[in-house]
Design a protein around this ligand. Structure first.
Ligand code: PSU
Ligand code: MN
Length: 319
């Protein structure tokens, strides 16, 4: 249940409001990937394509950002453009959200902040590229994304291509386990690795069927668990990067970040931009392909969740 006064901070786009009124499920999308994760104009084009994928399957996309003192659930084309042209929006995670909203400036929401906003808006499914996680050498830097802690305390399903390969994926999965966050996989048994399909680490369980995914999540939330869940979807085969290449480039980008003293919330955008440059743009193509594929899986999950009764009889487990 949303806090009593939360709704006064929310503003639904006309399309999002109409979908809500008609009982059509919304699928949340984040805006940091637009403002800080991809270069213009690919970012805005991708955002629109991802929205179109979700709409074509019968759900309604709702890109979330902070605009003029409101949590906007669903953005206009002009607002997407404003976020995408860059330089204007702050990167907003949990700790920044109240401040940026209170001062009324433009805020691009991370996975953590988008989960919070989605939950306040009654949205159960959120599609992104890759979640933040435990950075390599976090033993020294303590750099653990707020995304992981948010997954522990906000009941939203995050559909993603795993954690970005710039991270320590094994440690990321350990933190998710500690916090009781289910890590589900579809299309394969292992957790995905963003630019590549296989992280080498198994997910908790594989659940391919959207109805079965929905039943699992509905059970979790019916029981009052406050946690979210991760649904890992591998990048489509044709767009996946060769593992050796991405590993070597990631090492180089990490070394550059260290040499330049990049820290805090600047780390992830820096690494994504460097990897894009070092792969001649091929990492960006992979990123775009995986988000669009995640959108299909997320839309099907949202529709299945909307159709899942509370306390439903366990069905025939299809996998
Ligand atoms: N995945 C992408 N591109 C991105 C991000 C994730 O494909 O830009 C963003 C998300 O918004 C995620 C954030 O929440 O990076 C993580 O940042 P940090 O590591 O500073 O927590
Ligand atoms: Mn960080």
């Amino acid at each position: 249940m949303a806090p009593e006064h939360a709704s006064s901070w929310l503003a639904f786009s006309p399309a999002a409001a109409a979908a809500r009124a008609a009982g059509r499920p919304l699928v949340a999308l984040e805006s940091t990937i637009i403002a800080h994760g991809m270069p213009w104009p690919d970012n805005v084009r991708t955002a629109r394509e991802v929205e179109a994928v979700i709409r074509s399957l019968g759900a309604e996309p709702a890109t979330i950002a902070l605009v003029k003192g409101r949590i906007r659930i669903g953005l206009s084309d002009d607002e997407l453009e404003l976020l995408g042209r860059g330089g204007q929006a702050q990167k907003v995670s949990r700790r920044d959200l109240p401040a940026v909203l209170a001062e009324g400036s433009l805020g691009a929401t991370t996975v953590a902040a988008t989960m919070i906003c989605a939950h306040l808006a009654g949205i159960e499914v959120f599609v992104t590229g890759g979640i933040g996680g435990v950075h390599r050498e976090a033993q020294q830097s303590f750099d653990v994304s707020a995304d992981l802690l948010e997954l522990a305390r906000t009941p939203v399903a995050v559909v993603c291509a795993g954690a970005k390969s710039i991270l320590d994926i094994g440690l990321t999965l350990e933190v998710l386990e500690t916090h009781g966050v289910p890590v589900l996989a579809c299309e394969q048994d292992n957790f995905a690795a963003f630019y590549t399909r296989d992280s080498g680490f198994p997910a908790d369980r594989r659940v391919d069927d959207p109805a079965a995914q929905a039943r699992l999540l509905r059970t979790q939330w019916d029981l009052g668990f406050k946690s979210g869940a991760v649904l890992s979807v591998p990048v489509p085969e044709a767009a996946a990067m060769p593992k050796e290449e991405i590993d070597a480039i990631t090492e180089q980008a990490l070394a550059e970040a260290k040499a330049q003293g990049i820290s805090g919330k600047a780390v992830t955008p820096f690494l994504l931009a460097r990897i894009k440059a070092l792969t001649g743009g091929r990492s960006l193509a992979a990123n775009i392909a995986l988000v669009k594929h995640n959108a299909e899986v997320g839309a099907r999950l949202a529709l299945a969740l909307a159709a899942t009764a509370h306390g439903a009889e366990p069905g025939q487990a299809p996998n």
